[in-house]
Design a protein around this ligand. Structure first.
Ligand SMILES: [Zn+2]
Length: 279
């Protein structure tokens, strides 16, 4: 009898202290176990001109995000194929760069009037099905200017899209203008493939993993080079066992908890030299 009584008393005492701990706000001990896994967004840029390379990106494993150039011969077809395979589609909008590189159709420059600028961007969006967001192709010159970035965000906002700054200039105004209009937005953290040597790809990927683990998320941009696609094909399936979730850009941007936790990452990699970063 006595033993049972003691045991019951002990249990009651334990329950009481647990309840007390909860009241005192110690419930975060339980919440800590439910902290979200670090997330990685992988965006493949420059799709649309080459069907074979585009399809290789479309068939990457998992929710990779595809950024497709406007008015390209295979853009719509790749967007359809990607969408069917659960890939998120972005418009990869060509923007004026300091190197004077050709922009191609749908290119945006600072010489355009507001009306022309907005029409070209709208037509670019309309040229690709399933577009949910926009990032800039090149743009080291245009993104440094507040006014064209404001016009860009007017369209992004009006169409209910999100914006990812590819960050081809350290002086980019894109994110500030997006935030001023309350647009879901973030900057690219790491370029996978400025250098296509296997060791260089590995180094960039490791940097992305470090950022994800430290800040809770990372945005990695790669291109349709065969070496990049092969690298991602080999490495994306390993993310799960490393405790990293591969997510689409919108899944990251609209995840309020992640977005609030995420401070601005200081980029170790400078992108001021447009010749090194023609993307
Ligand atoms: Zn690009």
């Amino acid at each position: 009898m006595q033993k049972t009584f003691l045991s019951a008393t002990f249990t009651f005492a334990s329950l009481t202290s647990l309840a007390l701990l909860s009241l005192l706000g110690f419930s975060h001990l339980a919440a800590a176990e439910e902290e979200p896994q670090p997330a990685m967004v992988v965006i493949i840029d420059d799709l649309g001109d080459n069907l074979k390379k585009g399809l290789a990106a479309v068939h990457l494993p998992g929710p990779v995000t595809l950024a497709i150039m406007p008015h390209t011969p295979f853009g719509p077809r790749l967007a359809q194929a990607g969408h069917q395979l659960g890939k998120e589609i972005m418009l990869h909008a060509p923007m004026e760069n300091h190197a004077g590189m050709r922009l191609g159709p749908g290119g945006l420059t600072s010489q355009m009037s507001e009306t022309t600028f907005k029409k070209i961007l709208q037509d670019g969006i309309a040229s690709i099905p399933h577009v949910e967001g926009i990032n800039n192709h090149m743009g080291s010159a245009l993104t440094e200017k507040a006014q064209p970035m404001r016009w860009t965000m007017d369209i992004v906002s009006g169409q209910g899209l999100y914006f990812i700054d590819s960050r081809t200039s350290a002086k980019s105004q894109a994110l500030a203008q997006a935030q001023a209009q309350n647009i879901a937005s973030q900057s690219r953290d790491v370029f996978l493939d400025n250098d296509l040597a296997p060791a260089a790809l590995e180094k960039q990927f490791q940097q992305a993993l470090r950022i994800a683990n430290r800040y809770g998320s990372v945005i990695l941009i790669g291109h349709t080079y065969p070496a990049s696609i092969q690298f991602l094909q080999d490495n994306l399936p390993k993310l799960d066992e490393m405790g990293i979730r591969l997510v689409s850009a919108s899944a990251l941007l609209y995840d309020v908890e992640q977005a609030h936790q995420r401070p601005e990452v200081q980029l170790a990699q400078s992108n001021e030299d447009p010749n090194a970063h023609p993307h």
